[in-house]
Design a protein around this ligand. Structure first.
Ligand SMILES: CC(C)(COP(=O)(O)OP(=O)(O)OC[C@H]1O[C@@H](n2cnc3c(N)ncnc32)[C@H](O)[C@@H]1OP(=O)(O)O)[C@@H](O)C(=O)NCCC(=O)NCCS
Length: 176
């Protein structure tokens, strides 16, 4: 069974261990290494429930297998590639109905076996779509595995990105 457990401060050492794994260094921290203190600075407010972004450990049968987060899209919190107030994303949708989403799986041996698709669909249904009508995700264009997985989870590619390296993908809450 998949569960989304709100991020707590005592999860941060595990996040620190995960962030050092090569697949997360490549696709999540984008080459950067983080100390535990830096992770606390970045995720501490979220773990204390003091951030508008919400972070969750992904648990499969009560074992932590990854991390997912969503954030309301606001002027100071925009998906990669969305820069200008005139971006087409804001013509297509109202800002208040948009939330950005990100996730990773921690086990490199578990990638490409369908889990990410299952987890993302469950995350949208359980956490994001009850509060926001539209989910936005911003993979690097070279992250073909993630893009394929996000398409299978209901996201479509758009032309909204203003940054050549990023792709902006959107998923709209299905009608009830
Ligand atoms: C992104 C992520 C959550 C996707 O989860 P996943 O379980 O690996 O993905 P899935 O197995 O559900 O789907 C992957 C799809 O891409 C395909 N794929 C795998 N490697 C690929 C590659 N190198 N190029 C193109 N497609 C690839 C798979 O075959 C599968 O498609 P298919 O079912 O049509 O055959 C996971 O890979 C991950 O955590 N990656 C590291 C962190 C990351 O990239 N996060 C996203 C940041 S935006």
């Amino acid at each position: 069974m998949i569960q989304f457990v709100p991020l707590r401060l005592n999860h941060l050492p595990l996040m620190h261990e995960w962030f050092a794994r090569p697949h997360l260094k490549q696709w999540w921290t984008r080459g950067e290494s983080f100390t535990l203190e830096q992770i606390a600075a970045r995720y501490g407010a979220r773990a204390r429930g003091e951030d508008t972004a919400r972070g969750y450990l992904i648990e499969l049968d009560e074992q932590p297998v990854g991390y997912a987060q969503y954030y309301p899209v606001r002027d100071d919190s925009l998906p990669d590639g969305v820069v200008k107030p005139t971006n087409g994303l804001f013509t297509a949708f109202r800002k208040e109905e948009l939330a950005g989403v990100d996730l990773f799986l921690a086990d490199p041996l578990g990638l490409g076996k369908g889990m990410g698709t299952t987890v993302l669909k469950a995350f949208l249904e359980a956490e994001l779509f009850p509060k926001f009508r539209v989910a936005v995700i911003d993979p690097l264009r070279v992250n073909e595995r993630a893009i394929r997985s996000f398409e299978k989870s209901g996201f479509r590619r758009t032309e909204f990105s203003e940054a050549p390296a990023s792709l902006v993908m959107v998923a709209v809450r299905p009608p009830a």
